[in-house]
Ligand binder design. Structure first.
Ligand SMILES: [Zn+2]
Length: 464
């Protein structure tokens, strides 16, 4: 890490180069790939990376300026929902593309071609869900309207050059379920810990995982995926790979704790520590053949290692923040089922938590080394209670953090109401079939007085 910091300082203290002007921003939508092309006055120093929760594609251009604000571009049919721009460090240009769901990016620069003096930075965006027809770029300032035009086709990578702009009506059919990867700890030749009466951790974790799967599969908008569904061994790294293959939005690894002191008991929830992330960053990078694929959709194939690790850290930091939010929700709920070993989320460098782009948590459901908790862990009733608590936490988390383009995100949006002039609390309550009391409680309102523009949470029904 020290080396990286030193190198960064060198990068920062480099002499200021002539500013790059972004002459034009063009955007095309093809069936599989959306392409953003920036026409530039000179060769850019840039990086492109993605961030999760909410999903964004970030394009950083050193020492660059937009010539005339952002153009008003039709984004219908594309995963890009909005484009924003900002200036960083007083001189660098950042473009942020809000995208619906996880996308992969690829970027490259084309040299000026004959009859064209501009360099072109091409950013291809794959994946995500198409935006509804109404979506368009909100220009930040008055800007000439620039129509979406066919992008020049890269010689190195032929793509479909016919821009196809498909208008989609916003409907459920374009929305996806959030995917929750359920990882039953240990298995097969790895029994995990065992209790004083011989209960094996690997059997308990699988039983809880199966109950969790059953409960999650009937939750609207959630699709559970089992990482291990039998008594067999899965290497830790393979578990992370499987979660990524399933395109998981959340990874829950289930374990039972053990310690010499048999009196110790209670549940704990772990998320990845920054330290664990940093050392793991180096490790992911070492696996060169996987690097481009594994770094949260960030295309790194044309970047040097220093830059790679910086980008990886950025992506991982956002993921850890999301993991913290999800883990806290689950910990709160576990506290209603049994006692907690620690009342706060803990951070550790567990390998299974190290997907750079999937919020992940490891739940130590109870201490199998404690005779009382060993007995509980073996009981199907207690296993179900634990699974129910985890479901509550997961539901809470996605209610506040649903990835764009998911059914839950739409449902959440529909369950919010913005006050306009003339609204009354009883009128809104009638409209949604809930009581005034419920509205008041869930929005912490002390009176019936409403303010225009306030956003009310509409609870799903009375009493919940
Ligand atoms: Zn374990």
């Amino acid at each position: 890490m020290k080396k990286i910091v030193a190198l960064l300082l060198v990068l920062i203290s480099m002499p200021v180069l002539a500013s790059v002007k972004v002459n034009e921003v063009r955007y095309t939508v093809a069936p599989d790939t959306s392409r953003l092309v920036l026409d530039l006055s000179s060769s850019p120093s840039y990086k492109v990376f993605t961030l999760p929760n909410p999903a964004r594609v970030v394009i950083d251009l050193d020492n660059a300026r937009l010539r005339s604000g952002l153009p008003n571009v039709n984004l219908s049919g594309s995963p890009v929902q909005a484009v924003r721009s900002g200036i960083r460090h007083g001189r660098d240009l950042r473009l942020v593309l809000d995208v619906s769901g996880k996308v992969a990016t690829k970027s490259f620069v084309l040299q000026p071609a004959s009859g064209n003096q501009d360099y072109r930075l091409v950013v291809d965006i794959q994946g995500g869900a198409a935006a509804p027809a109404a979506a368009s770029v909100q220009p930040q300032q008055a800007a000439p309207l620039i129509k979406a035009a066919p992008a020049p086709v890269a010689q190195t990578k032929p793509v479909n050059s016919q821009p196809v702009v498909v208008a989609h009506a916003p409907s459920e059919s374009h929305l996806r379920d959030v995917v929750v990867a359920i990882d039953a700890g240990h298995g097969g030749i790895d029994p995990g810990a065992h209790g004083p009466h011989g209960v094996k951790e690997k059997n308990v974790t699988l039983a809880i995982a199966r109950k969790l799967k059953k409960l999650l599969s009937v939750e609207p908008g959630i699709k559970p995926v089992m990482i291990r569904d039998g008594d067999y061994f899965v290497p830790l790294r393979k578990r992370v790979v499987k979660a990524r293959e399933a395109k998981a939005d959340l990874m829950i690894s289930i374990h039972a704790d053990a310690i010499d002191d048999r009196s110790v008991k209670g549940s704990s929830v772990y998320v990845l520590s920054e330290r664990g992330a940093s050392s793991e960053a180096a490790r992911w990078l070492a696996e060169k053949e996987n690097a481009a694929d594994l770094v949260g959709g960030v295309s790194l194939d044309d970047k040097d290692d220093v830059l790679k690790s910086v980008l990886l850290d950025l992506s991982q930091t956002a993921t850890i923040e999301a993991s913290d939010r999800a883990g806290s929700k689950v910990l709160d709920e576990l506290g209603t089922v049994g006692r907690l070993h620690r009342h706060r989320i803990e951070h550790a460098g567990f390998v299974v938590l190290k997907a750079p782009d999937i919020p992940s948590m490891l739940i130590e459901t109870a201490f199998i080394s404690n005779p009382q908790e060993e007995r509980k862990l073996k009981s199907p009733r207690y296993q179900k209670q634990l699974a129910e608590a985890i479901v509550e936490g997961v539901r809470d988390y996605f209610q506040e953090n649903a990835p764009p383009g998911t059914k839950i995100a739409l449902a959440n949006a529909e369950r919010k109401y913005t006050i306009s002039k003339g609204d009354t609390l009883s009128g809104i309550a009638d409209q949604y079939g809930v009581s005034v009391h419920t509205l008041r409680v869930s929005n912490k309102l002390n009176s019936d007085r409403l303010y225009v523009g306030t956003v009310l949470r509409i609870p799903s029904s009375d009493g919940t």
